[in-house]
Design a protein around this ligand. Structure first.
Ligand code: UDP
Length: 407
């Protein structure tokens, strides 16, 4: 793990100074983060990097994970889908199971804390069992809840309203809740195995191992096999491009233990790919950070054609690697890709195909776009900024009713 002062070279020394000042003000407090998986997906990615850095700042921070059976994760994936706008059917028996699994986890936990940050809906119900174990409960929603299914949101809202505050990734996700809501953008860690610089030999070694030839430009999408990531739409776009320009498509995806839908979506992708040699579908283990890093660095164009997206760390990761990124105009992707500047936003497979061709024919523009993208991430989406926002939030929540808070 890198030391905090290593980040000064990228984020600026003043940012590191601010972090130490904020942490000193908070003093000897205990923090607990809770989510539902240690690996796979953006939340685990962020926590695995942020928790050690918070401890380096002298803040006693633990990361707890709830356990659940297949049925539990089917309910929570249905929540996820419904909150992102799908119509789902959630009978009472499933909602009862969701509550029961949270209750079982609460019985297992022994910690006490000053601040608890509960990530996403899976562990949200813990508050009903454990309220007294922490002074302050904050719900951190990473999902695109711009247009939630009203019935499911009503159920979840009754749980979330018990919290002292909630955090969303952008203003479009804010909800009607009886407590303060804060907006914090996620981030990437430039020194993680996912994002650190790689040598050309390291990149080539991964391509050799995965049997990817660099005989044509590589178009890449990295994401869980999830319908909101629209991998089938990416294949459609690729087929449109391929009529006019030689290129190959790599769809790299892994599994997350809290996402039971992966195999079904993967099967749809395989059917759409139809054995075509220029479409490579890679099923990677959830800790294949080095491989994802190398793939992102080897790609010529990176796509994240999501139709709903909380933030889209894969977009930030690709931008940090100086790549031109084409993203679906959804959720947090629009915070990152300023159309024509730090990337391209698209609304359809046809639009995506048009932009892929546009970039393939303009390598100089693609290079400049990648440079702007990297600088944009440096300024806005590094983990140091994220931790500063988080410590500021905790300071604010810790001083309810104060008219002046000196940061
Ligand atoms: N990821 C990975 N392997 C995969 C697919 C995704 O390591 O096969 C990582 C990806 O690099 C990113 C995170 O998982 O760090 C996904 O975060 P994002 O916000 O893009 O999407 P989420 O899965 O949280 O919806």
């Amino acid at each position: 793990m890198n030391r905090l002062h290593d980040y000064a070279a990228l984020a600026g020394p003043e940012v590191i100074g601010q972090l130490h000042r904020l942490a000193e003000k908070l003093g000897a407090r205990r923090f607990v983060h809770i989510n539902s998986t240690r690996s796979g997906g953006g939340v685990a990615e962020i926590l695995s990097r942020a928790v050690p850095l918070l401890n380096q700042l002298g803040l006693e921070t633990n990361w707890e994970v709830i356990y659940g059976d297949q049925e539990f994760f089917e309910v929570t994936k249905a929540f996820h889908n419904a909150l992102q706008g799908f119509k789902v059917n959630l009978p009472q028996v499933m909602l009862d199971h969701y509550r029961e699994v949270n209750r079982e986890n609460a019985r297992r936990f022994t910690w006490e804390a000053d601040f608890v940050l509960v990530h996403d809906p899976q562990p949200a119900c813990l508050i009903e069992e454990m309220r007294g174990r922490a002074k302050c409960w904050i719900w951190r929603c990473h999902i695109d809840v711009s247009r939630p299914n009203p019935q499911v949101w009503r159920f979840l809202r009754d749980v979330v309203r018990q919290y002292d505050a909630s955090v969303f990734s952008m203003s479009q996700f804010a909800q009607n809740l009886p407590h303060p809501q804060y907006l914090i953008r996620p981030s990437i860690d430039p020194f993680s195995e996912k994002n650190r610089d790689l040598t050309p030999e390291e990149i080539q070694a991964v391509l050799d191992r995965l049997e990817i030839k660099r005989d044509k430009p590589i178009i890449l999408q990295v994401s869980r096999f999830d319908s909101f990531k629209d991998p089938v739409g990416v294949i459609q776009a690729f087929r449109l491009v391929r009529r006019h320009a030689p290129c190959k498509l790599v769809l790299a995806g892994g599994e997350a233990t809290d996402d039971p839908e992966g195999p079904r979506i993967l099967a749809e992708v395989m059917e759409a790919a139809n054995g075509e040699p220029d479409i490579q579908v890679l099923l990677l283990p959830s800790d294949a950070h080095h491989e994802v890093n190398a793939l992102q660095r080897a790609a010529d164009i990176i796509v994240q054609k999501s139709t709903r997206e909380g933030f889209g760390l894969t977009v930030t990761e690709a931008m940090w690697k100086g790549k031109p990124v084409i993203g679906g105009a959804a959720g947090g992707i629009v915070l990152q890709l300023q159309d024509y500047n730090t990337g391209f936003l698209v609304h359809s497979p046809e639009g995506c195909a048009f932009r892929i061709r546009y970039l393939l024919h303009r390598p100089e523009l693609a290079r400049r776009m990648g440079q702007l993208a990297r600088e944009f991430v440096r300024q806005h989406f590094l983990i140091t900024r994220h931790i500063r926002d988080y410590l500021t939030l905790v300071t604010l929540v810790d001083n309810p009713g104060s008219r002046i808070i000196e940061l």
